[in-house]
Design a protein around this ligand. Structure first.
Ligand SMILES: Nc1ncnc2c1ncn2[C@@H]1O[C@H](COP(=O)(O)OP(=O)(O)OP(=O)(O)O)[C@@H](O)[C@H]1O
Ligand SMILES: [Mg+2]
Length: 415
């Protein structure tokens, strides 16, 4: 624990995200007081562990930046809060604006929207020379046909909402006949729930980047980037690229490992991360050795990646993030040489969950997100998960195969 941070108050703008439990645990380790900022109705649905982890909550309207900034500023001053962290991708620009207004360590407010909106992100990457797919923007299907041809994106191409996450509305389109449906799928999000935040519902079309996919976090303190361990990401291969799991370490050659971490750091800096963390996803076209950035977000990773990285390397990304926003050099030392993998339990189709039984395998831990009787959505995005299995072992191959054994041995029935 860092004595300087003892008792410091940190305001987390919507702590309800997947990384919330890791932030809460990290705050306890560092002796920080954690406060939340959210909506009254959203707060009413908080899990008991989250309510218990917070020293206080500022209730405001996060969808109204003017009002939210006034409310949050007043709250921070009253509660002697001296750091701001974001835990919800769509509110990372708000967190940057709040930190700037309070004179606290934070990200560049002028660039912060680029970490939320994939159209602005593409512009920020272009301006900074970060390798990213060729792209085009469309407001509707007619424009999509025209700009895809004009930009020479070729087929397959990827269609995605300008503002969304969890692979919602992302499709890989193999020819013009599939484009209308993909644009409609990407444009169906007009507001992000549960806050009701209005979204930019233009679509981004990108050339399809082949190859293996990786992610890496970058913690940045006073503009200095510290690269965190690389994680291999596995997805389904069809029209919908849904995450099936993640493994750390990624098992890369030292050269490629360095290139992936360096590219992630460049992406983080390009979208104005100055005191914070970024989660960057990249693909490496076969034989190229050159990562291409798919996206970055100025937040901790989702999908329990914090747990995987810490189990494999001893690095707590949530601790590093809180150290960065409280203005302390982040602790990024690797202290463990293990491997960890997470695999998601995905249904084959939508319906109602009848029963699910994950086998108990030593070295694995299973967690179910749905119970029998719950509706199961179509496995088109990360909302379709039934649960996950985490495995820890001596090598990435062994961790991956242990987790796969537990998933493959699961008895699951969806009616
Ligand atoms: N241009 C591309 N080329 C190849 N694959 C892509 C491309 N864009 C997206 N994908 C695939 O689709 C997945 C989801 O896309 P993206 O990360 O842009 O959306 P997202 O909704 O923010 O995703 P998530 O929150 O699930 O990471 C990527 O992880 C990748 O597997
Ligand atoms: Mg993504």
């Amino acid at each position: 624990m860092d004595a300087d941070t003892d008792g410091t108050g940190v305001l987390v703008v919507e702590p309800m995200g997947n990384a919330g439990p890791f932030l809460a645990e990290a705050a306890e380790r560092l002796g920080l007081r954690l406060y939340g900022a959210t909506h009254r109705e959203v707060h009413e649905g908080y899990a008991p562990w989250l309510t218990g982890a917070l020293a206080g909550v500022c209730l405001t309207d996060l969808t109204d930046p003017g009002r939210a900034l006034d409310d949050l500023e007043a709250y921070c001053r009253t509660h002697r809060i001296s750091a701001v962290a974001a835990c919800w991708e769509l509110f990372t620009p708000l967190a940057a604006a709040l930190a700037a207004r309070l004179g606290l360590p934070g990200n560049d407010p002028a660039l912060a929207r680029a970490a939320r909106n994939k159209i602005e992100m593409a512009e920020a990457f272009r301006a900074a020379g970060v390798p990213a797919p060729a792209g085009a923007v469309a407001a509707d299907a007619t424009e999509a046909h025209r700009v895809a041809a004009e930009a020479g994106l070729g087929w397959p191409l990827v269609v995605k909402p300008a503002e969304q996450g969890g692979s919602w509305g992302v499709s890989v389109v193999s020819g013009p006949e599939e484009l209308d449906e993909a644009v409609a799928a990407a444009r169906r999000f007009t507001r992000a729930m549960p806050h009701g935040l209005p979204l930019d519902n233009r679509v981004l079309l990108q050339s399809h980047v082949p190859g293996a996919e990786y992610s890496a976090e970058t913690v940045v303190c006073e503009g200095v980037a510290y690269a965190l361990p690389v994680v291999a990401k596995e997805t389904t291969t069809g029209r919908y690229r849904v995450e099936t799991g993640h493994t750390c370490p990624a098992g890369l050659s030292p050269e490629l490992d360095r290139a992936v971490r360096h590219t992630a750091a460049r992406a983080a800096l390009a979208v104005g991360v100055r005191n914070g963390i970024a989660h960057t996803e990249m693909k490496v076209p076969p034989g190229s050795g050159s990562p291409v950035v798919i996206e970055t977000g100025a937040r901790l990773p989702g999908d329990n990646i914090c747990e995987i990285v810490e189990a494999a390397t001893g690095v707590s990304e949530a601790v590093a993030y809180l150290q960065a926003v409280t203005g302390h050099p982040p602790d990024t030392r690797v202290t463990r040489e293990r491997a960890a993998a997470i695999r998601f339990l995905l249904p084959e189709r939508a319906g109602v969950l009848e029963h699910v039984r994950v086998p108990e395998i030593p070295g694995t831990r299973a967690e179910l997100e749905l119970c029998p009787g719950d509706p199961v959505p179509e496995p088109a995005d990360s909302a379709g998960r039934i649960g996950h299995v985490v495995a820890v072992a001596d090598s990435p191959e062994r961790a991956r195969s242990l987790a796969a054994r537990a998933i493959d041995g699961t008895r699951l029935h969806v009616k």
